[in-house]
Design a protein around this ligand. Structure first.
Ligand code: JD8
Length: 267
C-alpha cells in the first residue's frame, strides 16, 4: 500500500518509523511518504492560512498550496509508471466516524492520501475540487476536539496497517478481536497467580477450557453492558444464546435495571 501524508507538521509522523509500522515500511508492505505543505507555497513567509470569509474566529487554510500538493501527489490519470488514483482522507470533526469497518475498507485500497488540516480547517473548495478527480472522505476520530488532523492520521494508519497482509504476525488474532464480534474483551491475567493480595480468577487456572470460554463470554457481556450499552443494543438477536441473555439480565439487575429482551436493554 502507498500512503502520502501532507501536513504543516511533518515531524509529527516520526513515530511511524517505529515498531510494526516501521517494520512494514522497511519490508516494503507500506510505502509511506510525509510531505510539508509549505513545499507548495511561493511567498517568502510560506503562508498557508488566511482570515475566514464571513467572519468568525481563527484562520482557514488557503486553497492554493493544497491544490498544488494534491496535483503533485494525485496527478489524476492512471499513469503507466505505477501511479494509482489515491483515495483522499481528510480528518475533520465533521467527518464520518472512523470505525473498524472503515479501517478494513481502507486496508483494501492501494493508495491513500491524507490531508492534515490545522487552524479552523481547510477551504472547502479544496475538497470539492479534489472530489472531481478522486474519492474524498472526511473522517472523524470521535466527538472531542483536536488541534488538527495529524493525530487522527496516526490513529487511522495504525488501525489500517495492522490489517495489511503480513503485518500482524499472528494471523489468527484478527477475527478474535472485540470489534469483530461486537463485544468488549474479557479481562486479562498473567503470572504470578497471586500479586499484592490479588488472585487470578480460579477458573482461568482450572484447565477446563469450556468453563474458561463461558467465563470469558460472561465477563465480555457484563463489561459491554456496563460500559457500552450502544454495542449491546446493536447485537443481532441471534448473536446471543440462552446463557448470554441470562448474563445480560444479571448485569441489568446489578445496575438497577430490569430483565429485558435483546435490543431493548435497560439504560
Ligand atoms: C482536523 C483543524 C481544529 C476543528 C475548530 C480548532 C478528527 N475527532 C476530531 N476532533 N477534532 C478533529 C480535527 C480537528 C481539526 C482538524 C481534525 C483541523 N482542527 C478545528 C474545527 C473546530 N478547531 C478530529 N479527525
Amino acid at each position: 500500500m502507498r500512503v502520502d501524508i501532507v501536513s504543516i507538521f511533518p515531524e509529527y509522523f516520526a513515530p511511524l518509523d517505529l515498531s510494526l509500522i516501521g517494520k512494514a515500511r522497511a519490508n516494503g508492505t507500506l510505502r509511506l511518504a510525509v510531505h510539508d505543505l509549505r513545499t507548495w507555497t511561493h511567498d517568502v513567509h510560506r503562508t498557508v492560512d488566511d482570515t475566514p470569509y464571513g467572519g468568525g474566529p481563527g484562520m482557514v487554510m488557503r486553497p492554493e498550496p493544497w491544490g498544488e500538493a494534491l496535483d503533485a501527489l494525485a496527478p489524476g490519470e492512471l499513469s503507466p509508471d505505477g501511479h494509482t488514483l489515491p483515495r483522499l482522507l481528510v480528518p475533520s470533526p465533521a467527518g464520518v466516524p472512523f470505525t473498524q469497518a472503515l479501517a478494513h475498507e481502507l486496508a483494501a485500497e492501494s493508495h491513500l492520501l491524507f490531508a492534515c488540516g490545522r487552524y479552523e480547517g481547510i477551504d472547502q473548495r479544496v475538497l470539492d475540487h479534489a472530489a472531481t478527480r478522486m474519492p474524498v472522505t472526511e473522517v472523524s476520530l470521535g466527538d472531542y476536539v483536536l488541534f488538527g488532523g495529524e493525530v487522527a492520521v496516526l490513529v487511522i494508519l495504525e488501525a489500517v496497517t495492522r490489517l495489511l497482509p503480513g503485518v500482524l504476525g499472528n494471523a489468527g488474532s484478527l477475527d478474535e478481536e472485540s470489534h469483530a464480534h461486537g463485544l468488549l474483551e474479557a479481562p486479562l491475567y498473567t503470572k504470578p497467580a497471586s500479586w499484592r493480595g490479588l488472585d487470578v480468577p480460579e477458573v482461568l487456572r482450572s484447565g477446563d477450557h469450556a468453563r474458561i470460554d463461558r467465563w470469558r463470554r460472561d465477563e465480555s457481556l457484563l463489561r459491554t453492558a456496563a460500559r457500552r450499552p450502544d454495542m449491546v443494543a446493536a447485537l443481532a438477536p441471534e448473536a446471543l444464546g440462552e446463557r448470554d441473555r441470562a448474563a445480560l439480565d444479571r448485569a441489568a439487575l446489578d445496575r438497577g435495571g430490569f430483565s429485558s429482551p435483546p435490543g431493548d436493554v435497560a439504560k
